[in-house]
Design a protein around this ligand. Structure first.
Ligand SMILES: Nc1ncnc2c1ncn2[C@@H]1O[C@H](COP(=O)(O)OP(=O)(O)OP(=O)(O)O)[C@@H](O)[C@H]1O
Ligand SMILES: [Mg+2]
Length: 194
């Protein structure tokens, strides 16, 4: 049984940077995790994304299901996705027994500056530049971004350095790993008794 951590926050808050930092640190300890990035999933599930609520409903449900399958197969998962609606993150929580939410907090203006300064080639580009236009659905600007009510960890990425944030998520991952291992052991014992 694996575990899943959903790193959520506004575009530019630091989800991908932290997910890769944590994955690299875990790899150095011999733990291979799968990072699920919504933009990669979109390339297959909704190759011409509209970023409408209906389109997001489909990709986020697919994302939650993929994370469930991976954790059932024993693969630890880091979900790197904004997930502006709490309901989508709650769906993953319901599906995955060893689940935690990391809420990144960062002022919108800082997120906007970071997103605009990202290296060329980073996709998708110009997220905040689209905000405010007719039909735009940028989370935190055009549509609400629903902050987690009971996240297992909150990281203020404008105050907390990258290294400290990675260490805090690693600590959470270790706790979840123990929880997942205990659940798997209980399941094995139940099977042996049947
Ligand atoms: N403490 C921090 N944690 C994470 N990122 C930080 C931190 N301090 C500065 N940054 C910078 O902020 C930027 C965050 O960009 P990143 O692509 O990780 O955001 P994101 O949340 O994945 O955005 P998107 O939703 O568009 O994919 C990076 O350039 C990163 O170097
Ligand atoms: Mg990202």
């Amino acid at each position: 049984m694996g575990w899943a951590i959903w790193i959520t926050g506004l575009p530019g808050s630091g989800k991908t940077t932290l997910a890769h930092g944590v994955a690299t640190a875990l790899a150095a300890r011999g733990v291979t995790v799968k990072v699920l990035e919504l933009d990669e999933i979109r390339e297959v599930v909704t190759p011409e994304p509209t970023y409408s609520d209906a389109e997001r409903e489909i990709v986020y449900r697919a994302l939650a299901y993929m994370a469930k399958l991976l954790t059932e197969a024993g693969v630890p998962v880091l979900i790197d996705a904004t997930g502006p609606r709490r309901a989508w993150r709650d769906l993953a929580r319901r599906l995955i027994p060893a689940f935690a939410e990391v809420q990144l907090l960062c002022p919108l203006e800082v997120c906007r500056e970071r997103e605009e300064a990202r290296v060329p080639g980073h996709a998708p580009r110009d997220i905040y530049a689209r905000a405010g236009r007719p039909g735009a659905t940028v989370p935190g600007v055009d549509i609400p971004y629903e902050v987690a009510l009971h996240p297992e960890l909150v990281v203020n990425t404008h105050e907390c350095g990258l290294w400290t944030a990675v260490q805090e998520i690693l600590y959470l991952a270790r706790r979840l790993g123990r929880l997942a291992a205990a659940r798997a052991a209980r399941a094995r014992r139940r099977l042996a008794c049947e």
